[in-house]
Design a protein around this ligand. Sequence first.
Ligand SMILES: [Zn+2]
Length: 197
Amino acid sequence: MPVLLSLFLFAGCALAQNPLVLKAARLFDGKAGALVSPGLVVVVAGKITGVGTTAQIPRDAQVIDLGDATLLPGFLDAHTHLTLPYSDDWKGATFDGLRKPVSEQTLDAAENARKTLMAGFTTVRDVGSHDYIDVGLRNAIRDGKIEGPRMLVAVHAIGSTGGHCDDDSGFRAGIFASVPCQILPSKEFYDYEDKYC
Ligand SMILES: [Zn+2]
């Protein structure tokens, strides 16, 4: 099976070096909707200046030959929530989100951003967050502090009480943050006390 490599993987190492040329057996041309061969991508000062079989290779370029691989443009995801917990255990994830400190949720979001980038997504449209985690995440990625896709952020989402975008999942706002751990009402909550208090 041919190897697919997204071009973003190489953008960072091109910033402070000579022009970089990526060479591979194939390149997916998104405009033409076709594979071309060989695949050539020229990167100068972190920007792509030439793509395709006819791209001009600068004399002082560093050429990286990736062999039997296919280069493709970075993907865009138009609907993400990188800062929200997701799990097959919906109930558990909901309580995680309510009890977990914002600082820990932010670190979780950074990991989500890194995984999203490594999956080939170089831009996301993040359509709802809380506590401005999405803004911090966007800024940290933009400033090169952490790895992640370029983010366009909505900050606040609009939704029904208890619905998809309700930060408090239908409970009174702040009730979990304000209730002392010792008086949480059920075993299920005590389990979360063990985890977060
Ligand atoms: Zn959504």
